[in-house]
Write a protein that binds this ligand. Structure first.
Ligand code: ADP
Length: 184
């Protein structure tokens, strides 16, 4: 089974939920840059203080704040058994950095899972979720940033022939099933 997984997909696609389920089922850590940043903001660490305005506006946090964080996280001992990346990479620069980092660690990604959900479904889901950055204008901006910066990451992995696209507009159980088949 694939043990080093990257989740791609727009905000609201269900990456976090599905990554958590796979992480528990397969005993590999779920690494969510969004969760790490939210916890840094809650604790008002230097990272959190620098990240919070970007997050509240629906912009990406600058790469300089994210790249070291991922490098550190992937060198923890628990990451040796594998990992599920959720929320990273979010632009082509991050994807290229990750590729170099993984080559150095001799742990290439096994599989990139792209969860596809139409924009109009996403807006409804995100408005129902009521996280602090889930108001309509921030949501629209996050979707724009997704199309501009993150969609090129899909092409990046398509060229490397490790991308699998999953229909995220099914029930949660059906999506879990499709993902399990994709990585088995
Ligand atoms: P969503 O997928 O719903 O947008 P996330 O929890 O993945 O939510 O991310 C929340 C916010 O955290 C993003 O809008 C962005 O500001 C910031 N963020 C998360 N991951 C990254 C990343 N890899 N690069 C830059 N910013 C990030």
């Amino acid at each position: 089974m694939a043990k080093r997984l990257i989740f791609l997909g727009p905000p609201g696609a269900g990456k976090g939920t599905q990554a958590q389920i796979l992480s528990e089922n397969h005993q590999i850590p779920h690494v969510s840059t969004g969760d790490i940043l939210r916890s840094a903001v809650a604790q008002q660490t230097p990272l959190g203080k620098q990240a919070q305005d970007y997050m509240n506006r629906g912009e990406l946090v600058p790469d300089v704040l994210i790249l070291n964080l991922i490098q550190d996280r992937l060198s923890y001992e628990d990451a040796v058994s594998g990992w599920i990346l959720d929320g990273f990479p979010r632009n082509v620069n991050q994807a290229a950095f990750l590729e170099d980092l993984l080559a150095k660690l001799e742990q290439n990604a096994d599989c990139v899972l792209n969860l596809e959900v139409p924009d109009e479904v996403l807006v409804g889901r995100l408005l129902a979720r009521k996280r602090k950055d889930d108001n309509e204008s921030t949501i629209r901006r996050r979707l724009e940033v997704y199309h501009q910066d993150t969609v090129p990451v899909i092409n990046f992995y398509q060229q490397r022939e490790i991308l699998q696209t999953i229909d995220g507009n099914q029930t949660m159980t059906e999506v879990t099933q499709s993902l399990s088949e994709a990585i088995s």
